[in-house]
Design a protein around this ligand. Structure first.
Ligand code: GLC
Length: 816
């Protein structure tokens, strides 16, 4: 018989333990090592480095991709990046110490020993360089790139992240996360967009790290040496972008990750939500009240209670017993309806969606091939694997019933994936387009792929533009869906934090974005609600929403004064729709956000980062919005450098680059109009299906600088615009020539406007106006932006003239 010697056994155990521990602690930072060999190719070059392989690809003169892997092959797959390298001219040279690649805009230098990467302008100014000690390093599976902090360097972007506009001194994690009633400094939130820009010495660059794993960004937090970005697993794969204009860098980023498709026009109107309007009679009453009170609105939302036992793609049997009838009634009142659809499919025998999902085998699985089961509203659920094409197709089909009933849009929530316990196990298997991955790679991309499945599935079935709204997302989610900032709180600082979130999301390509107006958790005071809804009117996605068990939060629920304020600003929003829709079109073409952080226009002006002014933003190119707490009757304001600014309400002109105090009583959100502004507007309608008057109001604000706006129109509903059924028209303000030119319209769409009323601001000295060479009469008359409110002296004199809005070129000249 074999005898066990206990003491020798124990000592062996200790020795083993010692070595394994030693190994554990021995894992130190492992930088790249030296360059061994480089091979040039059509797109750039590949380099063997001691501890990794590098591939450099030139995407365009402004974009260079850097890929570092420990594998032999370079992975070309991406959920986010849809662009391929464009054929680009570049030069390549190699000597004993360096590899140098030059495009017309960027010089890339790789120092060989040790391998370190730097980017310079074509004039040899440092844009960005590796930290000399660390460069790109591995810590076990975790890969990080360390960049030397440049003197005075600021950082902007990273999308839905709390904190200051300038992210210097802060660090963030990307790991899509459900955070109910999050704090204003919480991180991470629901969406991950690993793209940021660095700004220093009047130079700007952008870095997008294309890795869906949990990632970390450090902008000089707790250190004075580096900024860094890295992922807990996968390759280091980043795109370096440079342009002298920050706006152009946003465009470059959206060339890589895609643009927002044009939303339906009704999606730009006011949208009302609550958790939940139930039963159906309540929904109808809300709709009726909007119409009775003549407060414009376009969309009503049905939150989870419209479903039977929270089972997706069902209707509650008693509370929503005749959905078709209800939806038809809403339609007759000019409302569109959006229903919430969460990813969790209730595990319940004979429930059709569950049975069919099982049959098609589309749910997320554990590695032992059993379905993952997590608990959410309906109880225990399985979750479709949206990274599997077959599952996305299956999902699309599930919408047939709702679409047939008359639902117009779909709201994807809880798609982080959020479950009770908020801990999605890491070990699960995802299809990842057949490439297979675990939760570690799939979690951050799940929400975006759900939104994709919803968008693709409903777009074809509706034959019209759906409104898709998602809470979770990743870079590129703008191609499928609007995004809102989740479960905010009814608090002053949350209102302002939400504005910064939306401003920052705009920098990362998300254009169709907004926050819950009024706050989701808790109860806003009357005043807070009033301020919030006026701000909401100047946000791309404009929706009021509130949680269960909170006070009613429709525009009329806060007393008559607040109702008037809400009505005024919602009406103003509707009057501005021609301006807003034109900006949405622009965004769908070039990726510039509708709500614009001042960093896009004035990136090197330190005042815009001042915490007193950092919430200010542009709504479209010409309106400067000054957010402020509801408690402030006066608000410190910074007017960024431009041609000058007019107070919207009083037409008072201010030179730019100065601090002023704005009046900000509750009924007056401070807004300034850029000198040179071109604002096409319309009459008030109760919803976007109602035709406005045939007269377009075209406001022009005098300024020394010229200005341009591409005015855009189409039927607002379907995809015919892609076939040319649209109207595009360049409006130009040319002060040096004393001219306003409405260039010929392009496209076959017939405008809803037949006449233009020109409203000139700041043209005091005008003596004559000619339209297409013909002397035209004009008059001085009173103008008021908010007819329901009286400020007496604030109503200014302006000059107007009406003329037919023909398709051909129209030139308006003025004389002094
Ligand atoms: C989540 C959403 C919220 C919704 C609620 C009930 O908290 O973020 O908007 O009302 O779920 O569906």
């Amino acid at each position: 018989m074999h005898k066990i010697n206990l003491s020798s056994h124990i000592s062996l155990l200790f020795i083993l333990l010692f070595f394994s521990q030693k190994n554990m602690f021995a894992q130190r930072n492992e930088p790249l090592g030296n360059v061994i060999q480089t091979t040039e190719n059509d797109e750039g070059f590949t380099t063997k480095i001691q501890n990794a392989n590098l591939r450099v690809r030139v995407f365009s003169p402004h974009i260079i991709q850097i890929q570092l892997t420990k594998n032999q092959n370079f992975d070309d797959f991406s959920y986010a990046v849809i662009e391929k390298p464009q054929k680009t001219k570049f030069s390549f040279e190699e000597n004993n110490t360096e590899i140098i690649l030059k495009t017309d805009e960027i010089t890339l230098k790789i120092q060989k020993s040790p391998a370190r990467i730097s980017f310079l302008t074509k004039n040899n100014k440092i844009l960005n360089e590796d930290d000399f000690g660390f460069g790109t390093s591995w810590l076990g599976e975790e890969v990080t790139t360390y960049k030397k902090l440049q003197e005075g360097e600021r950082f902007i972007g990273l999308g839905e992240k709390t904190g200051n506009l300038d992210r210097r001194g802060s660090a963030y994690t990307n790991w899509n996360n459900d955070d109910f009633g999050y704090k204003t400094n919480a991180d991470p939130l629901y969406v991950s967009t690993p793209f940021y820009m660095g700004l220093h010495h009047n130079l700007a660059y952008g870095i997008y790290m294309d890795n869906t794993a949990k990632s970390h960004f450090n902008f000089g937090a707790s250190n004075d040496r580096f900024s860094s970005f890295g992922a807990e697993n996968g390759d280091m794969n980043y795109y370096f972008m440079h342009h002298k204009d920050v706006q152009e860098i946003v465009k470059l980023y959206t060339n890589l990750t895609g643009k927002m498709p044009l939303p339906p026009l009704w999606g730009l109107g006011y949208q009302q939500c609550r958790w939940s309007y139930t039963p159906d009679t309540k929904v109808i009453n809300v709709a009726k009240t909007f119409r009775e009170k003549q407060i414009p609105a376009d969309v009503l939302y049905l939150d989870i209670d419209y479903m039977q036992d929270y089972k997706v793609f069902t209707w509650h049997k008693t509370n929503f017993s005749q959905p078709k009838k209800m939806l038809a009634e809403l339609k007759n009142m000019g409302f569109k309806t959006v229903t919430i659809i969460d990813p969790g499919v209730k595990v319940e025998k004979d429930y059709g969606v569950y049975e069919s999902g099982k049959k098609e085998d589309i749910f997320v699985k554990y590695p032992d091939n059993t379905y993952y089961t997590g608990q959410v509203w309906p109880g225990w659920c399985h979750f479709p694997d949206f990274t599997m094409p077959k599952a996305r197709n299956w999902w699309g089909k599930q919408f047939e019933g709702l679409i047939n009933d008359g639902v117009n849009g779909f709201w994807n929530d809880m798609n982080e994936i959020a479950t009770w316990g908020n801990t999605l196990p890491n070990l699960m298997d995802f299809d990842f387009e057949g490439k297979k991955a675990t939760t570690r790679q799939a979690r951050n991309i799940y929400g975006m792929q759900m939104a994709r499945a919803t968008y693709e599935g409903t777009k074809t079935r509706l034959g019209k533009r759906p409104l898709v709204l998602t809470r979770a997302g990743f870079s590129g989610v703008q191609r499928y869906s609007a995004v809102w900032t989740g479960d905010n709180r009814a608090e002053e600082d949350h209102m302002l934090a939400g504005i910064r979130l939306v401003n920052s999301m705009g920098i990362t390509g998300l254009s169709y974005v907004g926050y819950d107006v009024g706050g989701f958790t808790g109860n806003p005071t009357n005043n807070l609600y009033a301020r919030w809804i006026t701000l909401g009117a100047f946000t791309p996605f404009f929706r009021g929403h509130t949680a269960i068990n909170t006070r009613p939060s429709e525009p009329w629920a806060f007393g008559e004064d607040v109702e008037n304020i809400a009505k005024n600003y919602i009406q103003l929003r509707y009057r501005l729709l021609p301006y807003i829709y034109s900006h949405f079109y622009e965004s769908s073409q070039n990726g510039l956000p509708v709500q614009r952080s001042l960093t896009l226009t004035n990136p090197f002006e330190s005042k815009i980062y001042d915490t007193r002014f950092q919430n200010q933003y542009l709504f479209g190119q010409d309106l400067l919005v000054i957010p402020s707490e509801s408690t402030k009757e006066f608000t410190e304001t910074y007017l960024p450098t431009s041609a000058g600014w007019y107070d919207l309400y009083e037409d008072t002109y201010f030179t730019s680059g100065q601090e002023i105090i704005s009046k900000s009583p509750l009924n007056r959100l401070p807004i300034y109009v850029r000198a040179g502004a071109i604002l096409p507007m319309q009459s008030v309608v109760q919803n976007t299906q109602e035709k406005p008057s045939e007269v377009m109001d075209l406001h022009i604000y005098f300024g020394e600088n010229g200005n341009k706006l591409v005015y855009y129109e189409d039927n607002g509903e379907d995809y015919n615009y892609e076939k040319g059924d649209k109207l595009e028209r360049l409006f130009e303000f040319l002060p040096s020539e004393k001219k306003i030119v409405l260039h010929e319209s392009k496209g076959s769409f017939k405008s809803k406007f037949t006449q233009t009323r020109l409203i000139l601001h700041g043209f005091e000295q005008i003596k004559s106006i000619k339209v297409n060479g013909k002397e035209t009469s004009f008059q001085k008359s009173a103008w008021s932006w908010l007819p329901n409110l009286q400020w007496g002296t604030q109503i200014q004199e302006v000059k107007m003239t009406n003329f037919p809005l023909e398709k051909g070129k129209i030139t308006v000249e003025w004389g002094y």
